[in-house]
Design a protein around this ligand. Structure first.
Ligand SMILES: Cc1ncc(COP(=O)(O)O)c(C=O)c1O
Length: 389
């Protein structure tokens, strides 16, 4: 079956953050929304059917996880990433960001230093700062159009940190970390008694030529010090289900984390999340394959269009996921003016690069998980706005 990702579905007034929060964020509702990291594509049919089928039972009483929930996760991690995980190493969590906050509270004390690598998905700042911990920003180097870890600085800064929040693949740069990079990060963290919380929500969205390596799978040192957060929500477009899971393979860390989750009764999960995960992991592989091919086509389209028509902007080609970080520094204008150019000049709502840290200045994040015709409209508006500069 061929899925139609060209279909334009009106999301306005459905409660979608991407459309219905435009007024609050930009005081205008007429912007083309290309910001929040979900897709404008229909959630795959097997996921929707599984939820509908569960509703047909007509009693939403206290429910155990679907029996296939853990086995579908184990099989998925093994077949997609060659990572062997055992059933007792998995717990439900109600979202990756809530789990980041839980892990911060579980493994650190108020005032402790926690490292993030900027530019990075902005809730990484909140889960540290809003919980009274001290944020340590380890800036990534941007070289030859890609982000990489500045290991000298990393090794120095990590010394007095108790935790690292590691984003793999990395958002917003779309970087898929290679096994060697992960191994070095793990070794340095192990030497310094640092717990690594790894956010692998973009793991199943690698683009042609790139292969995601689960942090825990690269070495025994890595496996021993990490807590990994995964979810089918990004890949199968169902983040509204508050659905994620944590995998911890080290016995001590697992006991601490799982006891902590239980203290808040968060491990029970919700019935739709379980049904949706099983459907996604067992029935939606073909949908995922076609969706990634479409997204990759959109990335080609964006890169070609900008290269030919928009001088001063260079897309950072993502190695995973559907977010393209646009390097707008060649426009030669201050960051605030770049933001105004996108909003006032082109009528587009993108994430400002500075949302991801100070070194995101000069960048804007474009979500390309949308029909190509929408992207074309957006890029043509951008071209005209840049020409008028
Ligand atoms: C790196 C990263 N982590 C977590 C999330 C959100 O996770 P959740 O909706 O499960 O809290 C996102 C969404 O954009 C993300 O990009």
């Amino acid at each position: 079956m061929r899925y139609n990702f060209d279909e334009e579905i009106d999301r306005r007034n459905s409660g979608a953050v991407k459309t219905d929060l435009l007024g609050v964020m930009w005081q205008r509702r007429d912007l083309l929304p290309l910001w929040v990291a979900d897709m404008d594509f229909r959630t795959p049919q097997p996921v929707l059917s599984a939820i509908k089928k569960r509703c047909e039972h007509e009693i939403l009483g206290y429910s155990l996880p679907n029996r296939q929930w853990k086995s579908s996760i184990i099989k998925w991690q093994k077949t997609q990433h060659d990572w062997s995980v055992e059933a007792n190493q998995i717990s439900f969590v109600p979202g990756v960001v809530p789990a980041l906050a839980l892990a911060v509270n579980c493994f650190s004390d108020k005032g402790d230093k926690i490292m993030v690598q900027t530019p990075v998905y902005h809730p990484f700042f909140d889960v540290v700062e809003k919980h009274g911990r001290t944020l340590v920003q380890n800036p990534l180097l941007f070289e030859d159009g890609q982000f990489r870890v500045d290991f000298d600085k990393f090794a120095e800064q990590i010394k007095d940190c108790s935790m690292l929040l590691f984003c793999s693949p990395h958002n917003p740069g779309g970087r898929v970390w290679d096994a060697e990079t992960i191994r070095r990060v793990a070794e340095i963290c192990k030497e310094n008694n640092v717990v690594v919380v790894v956010d692998e929500i973009h793991a199943d969205l690698t683009l042609p030529g790139f292969c995601h390596k689960p942090f825990a799978s690269v070495s025994s040192a890595a496996k021993d010090i990490c807590v990994t957060l995964c979810s089918p929500s990004k890949t199968f477009n169902m983040p509204a289900l508050s659905n994620a899971y944590v995998i911890v393979q080290n016995d001590l860390l697992r006991k601490e984390m799982f006891d902590f989750i239980e203290k808040f009764s968060l491990h029970y999960g919700n019935v739709f999340a379980f049904e949706a995960t099983v459907a996604a992991y067992t029935e939606c592989e073909e949908w995922r394959r076609q969706m990634l091919a479409y997204v990759n086509g959109n990335i080609d389209f964006v890169c070609d269009f900008i290269e030919k028509n928009v001088h001063g902007i260079k897309p950072v080609r993502p190695q995973a996921s559907f977010l393209v970080f646009l390097d707008c520094r060649g426009l030669g204008i201050p960051h605030e003016q770049i933001v105004r150019l996108f909003v006032d000049g082109a009528g587009l709502a993108l994430n400002s690069g500075t949302d991801f840290g100070e070194n995101g200045a000069g960048f804007m994040r474009l979500n390309v998980a949308t029909p190509r015709a929408v992207l074309q409209k957006a890029l043509e508006s951008l071209k005209l706005a840049v020409e008028k500069l």
